[in-house]
Ligand binder design. Structure first.
Ligand SMILES: [Zn+2]
Length: 491
């Protein structure tokens, strides 16, 4: 008889006893028997799920141990209790578990006890089922799946030739990057350095790169690309049901042309811009300068005057209460070398990666603690809820429900932050962040680039006439990614 491995998850939720480890194991044994497979007890891996919420597959210790053991023992069959045990985060199961095994085993068979046919990630239905696990329960119904399947099957009809998104071509109903893909990536890259759509269009036109319609690029054609989520691998599905059309999004649907880190950076830039004002300004220290005497924020003054037929521009940083002006160029000449020197030292220091990873780990630990506490509170709320229900206390029950909702929202925020954190960790490890600054520092900086550097690294500058300026730097530039929890947890 052929040997196979098994995998079950032990949930920390006391309420989920109907999914207990024993029941899951029994299902696996029964399934194995039907398939004429043998699963020795010690071949069943049990994962303690500390969090009921999503985690990338490769962060699951037992799953990774299982993968290694299958390779070591040369056993190419494994049975999961059900699909949702395989992957709640969507596609990471395929990337972290299935694909590496597939490289070893040409006849890999990954089963779930709910289906007789082995798991096949290229199968449309499998893909959809996995994707739906992350969605609201309302679209988990058979009918919704059928409707989504037909929507996707009709993709070709919906997007004939010219309507296929720029940078892709349609091959067997799949979007594959074509020769224009690099242009799309470049457009996002330019945006990540703060370039406006007008400027991006100008750069492309100057390079004689034709627009999607074969003409000149215009800001609107750039905007259409920057707004299209297809480039991050997301499928947008519009459902017209009833009065209000609903939109569903599925991540990791097609090959992305823009990596997540760039999107995170662009979002962070947008937030910085909201907080500190425009990126394309000659006042690159805008809203970062404070008066050493009165601690007020310096304002800007911008104008021009004509003397003897010649036009003079004047640009000043101004302290209104103390009534003085500082010449913009003089301020920049004094401050920029200090700032760039600091950045250079920071990003090229040997420990920079280490410090960044430490910061991320620390933040992650605090998020994890918060998740743990929130889950404990939810456990309590669930038992309070069932008591309220038993006693028909509707008022109390609805109060409990609203607390539960708050906790669930908070957990969602935690998980989202953890996802950002994971992506940042990967970006740090792959040297995407700091090399980005290094390579830019060596070339002449444009206005928006300088401005972004200042926003990332300078906390504030204390300045006044005749005195040396004091530059205060940020502790860690990763703070721009806003990893701290804002959600209010209820005690
Ligand atoms: Zn002042």
């Amino acid at each position: 008889m052929n040997l196979a491995f098994g995998y079950v998850r032990r949930s920390s939720y006391k309420q989920q006893e109907n999914n207990s480890v024993e029941i899951q194991k029994a299902y696996i044994q029964e399934f194995a028997k039907r398939k004429n497979l043998s699963v020795p007890e010690e071949f069943i891996y049990v994962e303690d799920v500390t969090s009921a919420y999503a985690k990338r597959a490769k962060q699951r210790k037992e799953l990774m141990r299982l993968k290694n053991m299958m390779i070591e023992r040369g056993i190419d069959k494994v049975i999961f209790y059900e699909e949702s045990r395989m992957d709640r985060t969507g596609y990471s199961f395929v990337l972290d578990f299935y694909r590496p095994l597939q490289d070893h085993f040409p006849n890999l068979e990954v089963y779930s006890t709910t289906s007789d046919t082995p798991f096949d990630p290229s199968d449309f239905r499998t893909k959809i089922t996995l994707l739906l696990y992350r969605q609201e329960s309302e679209i988990k119904s058979e009918r919704a799946i059928a409707s989504l399947t037909s929507f996707l099957n009709n993709e070709e009809k919906l997007r004939p030739g010219s309507k296929c998104p720029y940078g892709y071509e349609l091959v067997n109903k799949m979007l594959l990057p074509n020769e224009d893909a690099d242009i799309v990536t470049f457009i996002y890259y330019m945006q990540s350095w703060g370039l406006s759509m007008l400027k991006i269009a100008a750069v492309l036109n100057e390079a004689s790169i034709p627009s999607p319609s074969g003409k000149m690029w215009r800001p609107s054609s750039i905007e259409a690309i920057l707004k299209n989520k297809v480039y991050t691998g997301t499928l947008t599905w519009n459902v017209h049901k009833g009065k209000e059309p609903k939109q569903y999004e599925f991540n990791d649907f097609n090959e992305p042309l823009v990596d997540d880190f760039l999107i995170k950076l662009i979002n962070a830039n947008t937030k910085l811009q909201k907080k500190y004002g425009r990126l394309d300004t000659p006042f690159t220290f805008l809203n970062k300068l404070f008066c050493r005497h009165c601690n007020e924020k310096l304002l800007t003054q911008n104008g021009s005057t004509t003397r003897e037929g010649k036009k003079y521009d004047y640009q000043y940083y101004v302290c209104k209460p103390c009534n003085y002006k500082l010449d913009k160029t003089a301020v920049h000449n004094a401050l920029l070398p200090i700032v760039l020197n600091h950045i250079e030292t920071t990003v090229s220091g040997a420990g920079v990666k280490h410090i960044a990873l430490d910061y991320l780990d620390q933040t992650n630990r605090s998020i994890e603690k918060n998740i743990e506490k929130a889950e404990e509170r939810i456990d309590i709320l669930i038992s309070k809820g069932s008591i309220a229900e038993e006693q028909n206390d509707n008022e109390y029950n609805s109060l409990v429900k609203s607390y539960h909702q708050q906790e669930a929202n908070f957990l969602e925020e935690c998980v989202n932050k953890q996802q950002v954190l994971d992506e940042l960790r990967e970006a740090v490890q792959q040297d995407l962040i700091f090399s980005r600054f290094k390579s830019t520092l060596s070339s002449r900086l444009g206005e928006t680039e300088t401005r972004l550097f200042i926003l990332y690294f300078v906390d504030q500058v204390m300045i006044s006439p005749g005195e040396e300026a004091k530059v205060l730097f940020t502790d860690n530039m990763l703070e721009i990614f806003d990893l701290c929890l804002t959600g209010q947890s209820t005690e």
